[in-house]
Design a protein around this ligand. Structure first.
Ligand SMILES: C[S@@+](CC[C@H](N)C(=O)[O-])C[C@H]1O[C@@H](n2cnc3c(N)ncnc32)[C@H](O)[C@@H]1O
Length: 301
């Protein structure tokens, strides 16, 4: 078992690997050396990274999580590459069939119909949907614009980690892109940005919230399902109260009953946190589906 109270112990431990020699050691500037350490060693063929935060230790080789060293029972945090391969993130049981309106729909989950929202506004509208899955709701909306408002020049963009997009003809103005919401960036602003039950599976959820809100048009709307209980600190404690307080202080709205976060107009979410990694073994969240917890170190704990 590796407990790493100091940088030197981690380096010594890495040196015990006959093939992997420590090549670099970095400390997060936002945290004290006793609280977070990340050290990498490389053979040229593989890179081992060990991250230790108090009793939270995780090991990765070439970005992939490896087994627990020495029967370690402490929590292992996943980096984005390993998280993308997790059966919790890429599985067939999650709801990917939501349409635009109806009982299993975006309109039901968001509390409004995105098509009606966009159609009621002046000028050429743009909608970005993060974690769009098959793109069914977006295809339906783009089809309605083409049929009912061909002059509207709407732009509809869907992003999903997995390329499960429905096949068939795509209405004009629609783009479905296989990419992670954590890394993808648009070249334009949007009048509506949604993330329907997608953040539950993202690693750095707070960064996605922060980035997405910065892509809004001046009077654009961002809405996402968000479970603050999925935010933890480096000791595994809930960060829910802190996150909700910070969101509200920054001018966001959080609907506690519906677990829905929203904001109007571009907005910064400066939470002064350092993302540590994700845990895909926390079990079901309020939706009943297994979800991903996200760990952060707060600058001011
Ligand atoms: C429960 S489904 C919801 C899909 C859709 N929004 C809906 O409501 O029908 C969650 C989706 O998030 C996607 N996803 C998970 N992590 C992602 C990430 N980092 N970036 C983009 N999409 C992601 C999954 O592939 C999956 O399609």
């Amino acid at each position: 078992m590796l407990i790493a109270p100091c940088h030197g112990m981690l380096t010594d431990h890495l040196a015990k690997f006959t093939e992997i020699k420590p090549s670099s050691g970095t400390r997060s500037p936002a945290t004290s050396p006793q609280r977070k350490m990340r050290i990498s060693g490389s053979t040229g063929a593989a890179t081992l990274t060990v991250v230790a935060i108090w009793n939270v230790t995780c090991w990765h080789v070439d970005g992939e999580r490896i087994g627990e060293p020495g029967g370690m029972s402490s929590l292992q945090l996943l980096e984005d590459t390993a998280l993308a391969a997790s059966p919790v993130v890429a599985n067939n049981t999650m709801n990917r069939e939501r349409g635009l309106a109806g009982p299993n729909s975006y309109a039901k989950e968001l509390g409004f119909d995105p098509y009606e929202f966009l159609a009621a506004r002046e000028g050429a509208q743009a909608w970005l949907d993060l974690c769009c899955s098959s793109g069914k709701a977006l295809i339906h909306a783009a089809g309605r614009f083409a049929a009912e408002r061909p002059e509207s020049a709407v732009t509809i963009v869907g992003i999903d980690l997995v390329d499960h997009f429905l096949s068939g003809p795509r209405p004009p103005g629609l783009e479905l892109i296989a990419a992670s919401a954590a890394g993808w960036s648009p070249r334009r602003s949007f009048d509506l940005i949604t993330c329907v039950h997608g953040l539950h599976y993202v690693g750095d959820k707070l960064r996605v919230l922060d980035r997405a809100a910065s892509w809004l048009a001046p009077d654009g709307l961002f809405v996402a399902d968000f479970d603050p209980g999925s935010i933890r600190d480096g000791r595994g404690r809930s960060g829910a109260r802190k996150v909700v307080a910070a969101l509200r202080q920054a001018g966001w709205e959080y609907d506690t009953r519906r677990k829905r976060v929203s904001c109007t107009g571009p907005r910064a979410l400066d939470l002064e946190t350092a993302y540590l990694g994700a845990d895909d073994a926390v079990g079901p969240n309020y939706t009943g589906q297994p979800a991903v917890a996200s760990y952060y170190e707060w600058s001011h704990s």
